[in-house]
Design a protein. Structure first.
Ligand SMILES: Nc1ncnc2c1ncn2[C@@H]1O[C@H](COP(=O)(O)OP(=O)(O)OP(=O)(O)O)[C@@H](O)[C@H]1O
Length: 246
């Protein structure tokens, strides 16, 4: 990978409106390979819309969106083949077991793996062995996410999108989840995480971007001289959220 390699997630000057309502207004954001960016912002700031644009669910009025070099507006299927996506409520099949879910989801994306490879990924994701052949019906949110992230790990895609992944997780499950996301990052994946959880973002992200009025108003780094101060950020973020709610 050279310095000149384009970032797998590349958004430049994106303008996107629902009817008359302009939600993204000149949004620019790049997530390089092997890094995690957390996108924070108040309710309705456009975080999920940003993910929808990357997934090709919504089309922009102007600007550039590229997923590993593919424009999701032009070829949404090709873009989605390059993305592992965990929506806020992970969609899995309740009547199938964890292993059957993984098998089925991998078959859908034409990336079937043998059982041993699937169960190795479950183990890496921290899903207990006794859950591998249980139906999803009784699984907690944390367990569902482990299944989903195991599938994401197996797909070996360049981009991972996470929508509010730690909402509803207890602190232990949040720490475990963040460790998993860091492991995915360390394999070279570009990770974009939408969240309200500043502490969790500060724990795992390399960069945090604040979305307000349809664009990134501030971006901070997790290491080096620009390393952010979580308390100062929290104070600023709370003020921004109040301003949006007003
Ligand atoms: N399909 C849609 N049609 C019309 N308006 C929409 C649609 N989806 C989202 N919006 C509006 O766009 C704005 C941005 O919504 P979005 O879901 O992207 O925000 P968000 O930052 O993810 O919010 P939250 O933190 O509450 O999940 C909101 O005002 C929302 O009502």
């Amino acid at each position: 990978m050279t310095k000149d390699t384009p970032a797998p997630i590349l958004i430049d000057n994106l303008v996107l409106a629902y009817g008359q309502h302009r939600v993204l207004d000149g949004l620019s954001l790049q997530v390089p390979a092997g890094s995690i960016t957390a996108l924070l912002g108040g309710n309705g700031a456009g975080k999920s819309t940003t993910l929808a644009a990357l997934l090709g669910f919504v089309r922009a009025q102007s600007g550039t969106v590229l997923v590993a070099g593919v424009d999701p507006g032009m070829d949404p299927d090709a873009a989605r083949r390059r993305i592992a996506y965990l929506p806020e409520n992970v969609a899995l099949y309740e009547h199938l077991t964890a292993a059957e879910n993984a098998d089925y989801l991998l078959a859908l994306s034409e990336e079937r793996k043998e059982r041993r490879i699937i169960t190795d990924a479950f183990a890496a994701a921290g899903l207990q062995e006794r859950a591998w052949d249980q139906r999803l019906g009784g699984f907690s949110k944390g367990m569902r996410q482990k299944v989903a992230i195991a599938v994401a790990l197996l797909r070996e895609v360049p981009v991972l999108l996470l929508d509010e992944p730690t909402s509803g997780l207890d602190p232990r499950a949040t720490v475990d989840f963040n460790a998993l996301v860091a492991a995915v990052r360390d394999r070279g994946t570009a990770v974009l995480m939408v969240t309200h959880d500043l502490l969790s973002a500060a724990d795992v992200a390399d960069r945090i971007g604040f979305l307000e009025a349809g664009r990134i108003v501030e971006e901070v780094a997790a290491s080096g001289p620009e390393r952010f101060d979580v308390r100062a950020l929290h104070a600023r973020f709370a003020v921004a959220a109040e301003r949006l709610a007003a």
